[in-house]
Ligand binder design. Structure first.
Ligand SMILES: [Zn+2]
Length: 212
């Protein structure tokens, strides 16, 4: 497998041959399945309005490379109990199918951590990460991977978190941002004072460890 820039979570299709991106497909939001590799799941924002039984049945055998983005978002006005049920159902599918998960978590780590820790999952990637060094340390100790995008650069405490990341847990992403993943790599390479090629190798190895 040729080494490429990895965009671990995006909502845009990619045409750059130097980039490998994990395109996110959301039930009830997106129409056509993206080209491989892709992740699929019920986004917590959609937990109430999506046809859950159909989506969950689909998730059992959809040719996805990961389950996601799934999670909990306690800032949104979506029933929290239902969010937890929908998340749990999808985590069980990820466990059965031995697929990694892409997690969206906003102000809900107190409920998210026990749930993630209770299941033997192949790999957990917390995407669009923003958080204090203290929280980051707890997530690293729990064995999770953390993905940073350009929003990290707007938060000094998140930049501190980025600097304390062990290299074998780091991912980068564009999510909905308009900039390219190469620009994110450049920003992070400068922030960490790490050669671009070294950063590329580190993240590519992380990808191979849980996705290939
Ligand atoms: Zn997203």
């Amino acid at each position: 497998m040729k080494q490429r820039f990895i965009d671990i979570h995006t909502h845009k299709s990619n045409s750059d041959p130097e980039v490998l991106s994990l395109h996110s497909f959301a039930f009830g939001r997106d129409d056509a399945l993206p080209a491989a590799p892709f992740s699929a799941g019920i986004h917590p924002w959609d937990a109430e309005r999506v046809d859950r039984p159909t989506a969950l049945r689909f998730l059992q055998d959809i040719p996805a490379d990961a389950i996601g983005e799934i999670g909990l978002d306690y800032v949104r006005a979506v029933d929290r109990t239902l969010q937890r049920q929908v998340l749990k159902a999808q985590l069980l599918i990820a466990q059965q199918r031995k697929l990694p998960v892409i997690i969206h978590c906003v102000k809900a780590y107190q409920d998210m951590l026990p749930l993630l820790k209770s299941l033997p999952l192949r790999g957990v990637v917390l995407h669009g990460y923003i958080g204090s060094p203290q929280q980051t340390q707890a997530l690293i100790e729990a064995g999770f991977y953390i993905s940073f995008g350009y929003t990290a650069f707007r938060s000094p405490k998140t930049m501190e978190s980025l600097r304390l990341m062990p290299s074998d847990r780091l991912f980068l992403e564009t999510d909905t941002a308009l900039l390219s993943i190469k620009e994110v790599y450049n920003m992070v390479s400068q922030a960490l004072k790490l050669e671009l090629e070294s950063l590329q190798t580190i993240i590519f190895n992380n990808y191979k460890r849980i996705f290939v």
